[in-house]
Design a protein around this ligand. Structure first.
Ligand code: NAD
Length: 247
């Protein structure tokens, strides 16, 4: 019932957008912040993921980042990433705004991906701003440093840092202009990403939430709630769209 409603909203929409969070990559083996056990029981994200911690103890934070990197680099897109890429290819989805840094949407074939919190593909010097693809960085000494001697940092946003203005603008434009927003696998607890569904709703969009658990997004902004894992829900939505477009 909710699946069909969501699929019909997508079929009717002129511009639909997906906002994704860590939950969409859980089925690819990357734990979110909420699941018990795993990486985040060892490293408190608020401690290790804060820019203050990185600046005061970059070696300690880099040690954790390299462990995460191994996990992210080994991961492959799952059916949820695949369906979003397929929907974009067929003209049913205009953009993916992702809070994730794992590049799995691009690996699945999505093209218009707004990486709201950045990505883990390259590093930037804190001192001179030079960027390096990860493959060109010498990690034999931690923390890694730039040719100028400055500290290298990942090109994603730590807690306590602002969203890069280009990504913020692209995401807000997408949220303002869409008539359907699929909110997938995000707890809605990280600002300012959690304002994007509010912006979309204020501009008249239908908000579809796909999440097996409860979230912090207020119920009154959600039009359709699908309490399922992203993979199975999106697969069923695509099947419904296929059956309707074959007629
Ligand atoms: P979060 O960890 O706060 O919440 C994840 C949400 O996903 C929860 O609501 C959970 O119920 C839901 N979920 C779990 N399994 C799911 C599944 N199979 N299908 C659909 N939903 C599922 O994540 P957040 O809201 O994205 O905020 C945390 C911040 O940390 C974000 O910036 C996030 O991108 C980042 N982060 C990124 C990664 C990654 O790049 N893969 C991993 C962990 C955290």
């Amino acid at each position: 019932m909710e699946i069909e409603e969501a699929a019909r909203a997508i079929l009717k929409s002129k511009k639909s957008v997906a906002l994704t969070g860590a939950g969409i990559s859980v089925e690819s083996g990357i734990p979110d912040f909420r699941s018990p056990g795993g990486l985040w029981s060892k490293y408190d994200p608020l401690e290790y993921g804060h820019i203050g911690s990185f600046r005061s103890n970059p070696g300690k934070v880099w040690k954790m980042l390299l462990e995460i990197d191994q996990l992210l680099d080994r991961a492959n897109p799952n059916v949820a990433h695949d369906v979003l890429a397929e929907l974009e290819k067929r003209g049913f989805l205009n953009a993916v705004i992702t809070q994730n840094i794992d590049s799995l949407h691009q690996k699945a074939g999505s093209v218009n991906v707004i990486e709201y919190h950045g990505h883990n593909r390259s590093l930037r010097c804190e001192a001179c701003g030079k960027t390096y693809p990860k493959s060109e960085v010498d990690f034999s000494k931690i923390p890694p440093v730039c040719a100028c001697g400055g500290l290298l940092r990942p090109e994603f946003v730590f807690f306590g840092e602002p969203i890069p203005s280009r990504e913020r603008q692209l995401a807000e434009t997408a949220a303002t202009g869409c008539d359907v927003m699929l909110v997938i696998g995000t707890s809605g607890s990280v600002a300012p990403a959690n304002y994007l569904p509010h912006i979309a709703k204020r501009h008249g969009a239908t908000i579809v939430e796909i999440n097996p658990g409860e979230t912090e997004l207020p119920k009154n902004i959600i039009d359709i709630t699908i309490r399922e894992k992203a993979g199975s829900a999106l697969k069923k939505i695509l099947e419904y769209i296929n059956s309707e477009t074959k007629k």
